[in-house]
Write a protein that binds this ligand. Sequence first.
Ligand SMILES: N=CN[C@@H](CCC(=O)O)C(=O)O
Ligand SMILES: [Mn+2]
Ligand SMILES: [Mn+2]
Length: 314
Amino acid sequence: MIEFANQNIWTGRFDDEDGESGLRWHQVIQTQTFDNLRSVQEPHIALLGFRSDEGVRRNKGRVGAKNAPDFIRKACTNLPYSKEKQIPISDFGNVVCEETDLESARKQQIESVSELLQKKYFPIILGGGHETALGNYLALADNFEDIGIVNIDAHYDLRIPVEGSTSGTPFFEMAHFCQENNREFHYFCVGIQPTGNTEALFHRANELNVETVLADEIHSDLKQTLHQLEKFLEKHSVIYLSLDLDVLDGAFAPGVSAPCANGLTPFQVKSIIQKIIQSNKIKLFDVVELNPEFDQDNRTAKLAAHFLQEFTKA
Ligand SMILES: N=CN[C@@H](CCC(=O)O)C(=O)O
Ligand SMILES: [Mn+2]
Ligand SMILES: [Mn+2]
């Protein structure tokens, strides 16, 4: 089910005395539906929420991520916006997971994201638990061949879907899809915590040729990480970027299902994101695992907004 974009979310402070240079997101965002959607000729962001935490529930996590998309929008509403230096943003509302029917919501998600890609939008998908990632990847795979996956996450999310798809299985399911469809699986996972992944997960990552950067490696040499990332970016024509907010230290990002010890700083995450944007190859970004119920002063949602601002730069 698709829930129409709600213009009432996009309200905030007005600085009319400053004219155009005082603009904020809520003054420029356009709400849109998929009816008669036309292709865009210039770079244009399409925000789409994925209101689901069914994957988190199935993965025995702390539910609440289904309400994240509107909290992220709220955190974006007062961000400054320059018509000259930023690209247009449209809000397409939310794909909604009804009750436990993640599979139907995913079908809708693949259709909607695929349409946005075909109409040349840059989709930014607001999760949702990390189950959000699978539909995004499958939509990309419908439209592009050589996809490099970058996941900024404390966890590999390479669990075997024993009882169906969960927030812990999406990258395993992508690998499985690739095997079934004779495609290559290229997965670069950055921010991994040895305390957050069992030996089985490290082993699976190794078997699937996953390129891993540990959180500690970033703490000791961010430049080296960016260099390693650059080499991965060079090898692929299309990049899919997923950001699981639990990669950030729990002190910065308490509003997640599984808060992180020894996690990354906002600056480290932003540097990684900037490097990926500079490649000009990114076709889709998702930000997942915000759980507003555990957030403090909306600081995790504000971090998500802080990172989203990077993608709007022309
Ligand atoms: N999205 C994935 N989450 C982690 C959760 C870990 C935890 O609950 O501690 C995982 O499955 O590995
Ligand atoms: Mn995680
Ligand atoms: Mn994850």
